[in-house]
Structure formats: structure tokens, C-alpha cells
Design a protein around this ligand. Structure first.
Ligand code: G3H
Length: 546
């Protein structure tokens, strides 16, 4: 392979800024030293141990590169964690609390109030996302705005659902009104890569359906919720939203072991999900809603439009440095076009801007997960041992938290990169002669989230769609894998998910169908009519939300 393009290695060496070079608008002027945590509608003060938040962004100083410290958060103990649970259990009050018995229209009003308050914190949350998880300014803004849209869309979806349920059905002489009711107390845990958006894709549907919630924030990714605590406090009745901070090993096992969590809503690894789930003493009472790991492949057919394919594969593999559960994590390329594909792909990688999250047009930024560059390097070294090469200039160069993307070719089944979810900027490319190679990969994989197919021959694409829709939950044609639009169902098979998330599916996941039924007698008809006329029930009601 010709690697004559300009190597980025020398600039990687000097990519971190001095303090003066950080634009004024993006500086952390006062450290975000969080000591408050939200339990039972109170912002309580924590005097105990805290954990320092170390940014992946390093600063050049006279003493060399120093990781920026942006603040700290409380390392709560089991006691505070159980107090949060107790607050949520009391607010739910076995389904008799204020929140689970409010009308849908009233719950929507609380959510709307929260949305206005949340909007006011946009700049601060966006800045924290950049500093704590190294997400670019554009993507951090997108994460915030997409979350607000998600809340608005959820409100609309619930209105629709409620309109459909506001009517009665009469079948076989039985009158029934069927609605969805809450499940109870939800433990809600989002991931580090989308600490705001994905936490909210669990939290918002859980809340709006009438559940009460304990949120455990991810690490890294803890501080983005801090500026929103007071919005939660003001917008919801006490105990409906409680937020705990600290080490997962300390604060989550007692919650699960109590048996009082009715829903575990978790986005992260299947190992962590399983270990939490197992601690619940009554598994049949626990509903689990999971977004787990994935290793989405791309299958590039011999007639694929290379410009389009390279563009989508760059987005798929390297948006937010490949740290997306939906990222393309292995590329299968038909052998005849493999060299041509790699030539274009490595040039496209070379054209990506790397730097600090606030740099305009930046794609590649420092990685927040501790030890990540070292792990990625291990994967690359392992692949080299089995005969692969890094085929792009400067690929795998790293400095502190920054890892320049490595395009690794040819990947084989012996290599760790073939099996492991790298969740970072390493792109394994595997040539194939027979389509059975990528199909078998998908069939035998532990994961089953999505796949991308690139090509133009309708017969070949159709012949792949039919077997693949039974292996994964979304087949993308000439497009990268992705979660959005958020109204589309988002789920996976095998170790990739449990339950379905999307604006409308999530409303179903966080609720259960419940009905009121009565034999169609004169007594029952007049009784129901009276309840409706006098508006005596929030559930048995024909109110139509406009
Ligand atoms: O980490 C997984 C996210 O759900 C990815 O969402 O495909 O919209 O980036 P996205």
C-alpha cells in the first residue's frame, strides 16, 4: 500500500492547547464542584468524599501536558442510594401516589415545564459535554437539541396514544376501556457516550407514563445532568425524580437487592446489565429494557458506488471517534474492489480534522474512557501479529488521550478486532470472496443490532435483506447504521438489546396495558356514564387531549 500522503503524527504531538489558546467562550471559568444531589424533591448537600472529573482534554504547561480538572461530583454511599429509592417508592406509593394517578394531560404539563427550564441550561450542558467526554461542539449541541426534540415528540406520541385510548370498546356484551398504566419504580442508567440523550430516552418515557425514577449517572458523563437538577426539582412532585452519583458498585447493588425496583432501564454492557439483574430477588417482577453492545458490519458489494460508500463508512466508523453503539465496527469488502476502497477510505480519513472539541469542523477528538488508546493499540498490535497492516498514514499514533484512527487490513477471524467491539477509532477491513463470509459472521456473532449493505444490484441486495432481517433489527441500504430518526424502532437481537426504544415504542416499554371492563347491563351503563359525566376518574375518562 502506498502511504505517501502527509502523516498527521507530528501534529498529534502538539495538538493540545495552552490555557490561553482555549477560546474564551469555551473555558471552564469556575470548576463545576458538585455537592448537591436530588432526593425527594430536595437538593441535599454532600459533605463526604467526591470524585474529581478529569477531562480527556490536556493542557500544555511549563511542566508538560496536564489533564484538565473540571470539577467533582459526590461519591454517595449505600445510605443515600437507599434514601433515593425510598423516595421513589413513596412517591409511587404502590400506584396510589400523586404522580401515577395524575391524568395524562397533567403529567404532560409537568414535562412541558421541565422542557422550558432545561432549555435555559443549554450552553452549560453543551460545554460540559465537550469537556467531560470530548464530544465536538457541533455534536454536543446536537445531543442537547435532539434530546429536547425527543421530549416534544414523546409528548405528542403520548397525546396520540391517549386519544386512541379515550374511547370505549364493546365486545361480546362487555364494555371496556383499555389504557396503559405505569409499572412502578424505574432504575435508569444511561451510557457515557450519550450521557444526556440516552439517559433521557429512558427517563422521559418512564416518567411520562407515570413511573417514578432513580437515575444513576454514568462515569464519565456525570456532570452534564448537574445543571438540570434544579429543573427536575422544580418541575416534578417530590420523589418522582431522584438522582444518585458515585461508584456503580457501591450505589446500585443495594437498589437491586431490595427487590423494590420494578424496571431496570440500562444502556451499557451486557455483563453489567446481567450482574445488576441477577441481584433482584424476584426476577419475574422485574422488567428489563436494555441497549447493549454491538458490532455492526458493513457489507460492500462489488458494484458499490465508492464515493458514497466511503462517505457513509467514514460517518459510520468515525463519527464521535467511533464511540457509538451503532457505529460500523467491521467492514467486509469484496476482494476485487478492496484496494480501491482502501485507497479512497484512507484519503478520506486523512482529510478529517482532528483537534479540540471546540475547533470548527473537527471530527476526531480526545477519548474520555480511561486507558482507551492503550486498549486500541493492543488490538492493532494483535492484528499485526496475524498479518494485518495499518494502511493509513499515521494510523494508530497516539498522545495521552488522543488516538489517530487506524485502518487495519486485511483482518481475519483469528484477530481480536474481528470479535471485539472496539468502540473507538480503529477500522477493521476484511476482504471477502463469497457473501457467505459476512453472512456467517453475522449469524455467528453475539450481537444483532444493525448492518449496512452498499451496492447497486437490486437482486444481490434483496437476496441479502431477507436473511439479514432475521439476524439484526435494522438493515441499512447505502447508508451508515444509526439510531435515528428517533421515531423509528431502536432495538437489537442476542446480546445487543432487550425491549424496543423509540419515541412511541418506549411509551409501551415503560407501561402495561390495563383495562376497566363491565358487562353491558343498564346498571353498569348508567354507572359508567355518571363517572364520565362527573369526571370522577382520571383513567375511566373520555377526555380528548387536543
Ligand atoms: O451509542 C449509541 C447511540 O444510540 C447512537 O445513536 O446512531 O444516533 O449516533 P446514533
Amino acid at each position: 500500500m502506498n502511504a505517501s500522503i502527509i502523516t498527521p503524527s507530528h501534529t498529534v504531538e502538539s495538538m493540545f492547547p495552552t490555557a490561553d489558546q482555549i477560546p474564551e467562550a469555551f473555558r471552564i471559568k469556575t470548576p463545576i464542584n458538585q455537592r448537591e444531589y436530588l432526593i425527594n424533591g430536595e437538593l441535599r448537600h454532600w459533605d463526604g468524599e467526591v470524585e474529581e472529573v478529569i477531562s480527556p482534554i490536556h493542557i500544555q504547561t511549563d511542566q508538560g501536558l496536564v489533564a484538565a480538572k473540571i470539577g467533582h461530583f459526590p461519591l454517595l454511599s449505600e445510605q443515600e442510594s437507599l434514601a433515593a429509592l425510598n423516595a421513589a417508592v413513596t412517591a409511587y406509593n404502590r400506584g396510589r401516589g400523586v404522580w401515577p394517578t395524575l391524568s395524562v394531560a397533567q403529567r404532560i404539563e409537568h414535562l412541558q415545564d421541565f422542557t422550558y427550564r432545561m432549555q435555559e441550561q443549554r450552553d452549560e450542558v453543551v460545554n460540559i459535554l465537550m469537556w467531560e467526554i470530548g464530544k465536538s461542539y457541533a455534536d454536543s449541541q446536537k445531543e442537547f437539541d435532539r434530546t429536547l426534540d425527543y421530549i416534544r415528540d414523546t409528548i405528542d406520541a403520548l397525546k396520540n396514544l391517549d386519544r386512541v385510548s379515550s374511547r370505549f370498546e364493546i365486545v361480546e356484551g362487555v364494555i371496556g376501556q383499555i389504557r396503559r398504566a405505569p409499572l412502578g419504580v424505574v432504575l435508569c442508567m444511561g451510557p457515557s457516550n450519550y450521557p444526556l440523550n440516552e439517559t433521557f430516552t429512558l427517563l422521559i418515557p418512564a416518567l411520562i407514563m407515570g413511573n417514578t425514577v432513580v437515575v444513576k449517572t454514568p462515569r464519565p458523563g456525570t456532570l452534564p445532568l448537574y445543571p438540570l437538577q434544579s429543573a427536575f426539582q422544580k418541575a416534578f412532585p417530590p420523589g418522582v425524580v431522584n438522582i444518585i452519583y458515585g461508584s456503580g458498585r457501591t450505589v446500585t447493588p443495594p437498589l437491586m437487592a431490595s427487590g423494590l425496583v420494578d424496571v431496570l432501564a440500562f444502556i451499557g454492557s451486557s455483563r453489567a446489565a446481567n450482574s445488576l439483574e441477577k441481584q433482584h430477588p424476584k426476577l419475574n417482577r422485574l422488567r428489563t429494557i436494555y441497549g447493549l453492545e454491538a458490532k455492526n458490519p458493513a457489507i460492500i458489494l462489488p458494484d458499490a458506488d465508492l464515493n458514497l460508500t466511503v462517505r457513509e463508512c467514514i460517518l459510520g466508523t468515525l463519527s464521535y471517534n467511533g464511540q457509538r453503539c451503532t457505529a460500523l465496527k467491521i467492514l467486509f469488502v469484496q476482494r476485487q474492489i478492496a484496494e480501491a476502497f482502501i485507497e479512497q477510505f484512507r484519503l478520506a480519513v486523512n482529510n478529517l480534522k482532528f483537534g479540540m472539541p471546540w475547533d470548527e469542523g473537527v471530527t476526531l477528538t480526545p477519548l474520555a474512557e480511561p486507558g482507551k488508546p492503550q486498549y486500541l493499540m493492543e488490538l492493532v498490535e494483535d492484528a499485526k501479529k496475524f498479518g494485518a497492516e495499518v494502511v493509513n498514514a499515521g494510523g494508530g499514533t497516539f498522545r495521552e488521550t488522543f488516538f489517530y484512527p487506524a485502518v487495519v487490513y486485511p483482518v481475519t477471524a483469528q484477530m481480536r478486532l474481528y470479535h471485539e467491539e472496539q468502540f473507538g477509532p480503529v477500522i477493521p477491513v476484511m476482504p471477502y470472496d463469497d457473501l457467505e463470509t459476512p453472512i456467517n459472521y453475522i449469524v455467528n456473532s453475539n450481537y444483532g443490532q444493525q448492518v449496512s449493505i452498499f451496492g447497486q444490484d437490486t437482486e444481490a441486495i434483496a437476496a441479502l435483506i431477507d436473511p439479514l432481517v432475521n439476524q439484526v433489527c435494522r438493515v441499512n441500504i447505502n447508508s451508515q447504521c444509526q439510531r435515528g430518526p428517533d421515531t423509528f424502532p431502536f432495538t437489537g437481537r442476542k446480546d445487543s438489546a432487550e425491549g424496543t426504544l423509540s419515541v412511541s415504542d418506549a411509551l409501551r416499554s415503560f407501561s402495561i396495558r390495563t383495562l376497566v371492563a363491565a358487562k353491558e347491563t343498564d346498571l353498569n351503563k348508567s354507572l359508567i356514564t355518571q363517572i364520565l359525566k362527573e369526571r370522577q376518574s382520571n383513567f375511566l375518562s373520555t377526555d380528548f387531549i387536543l
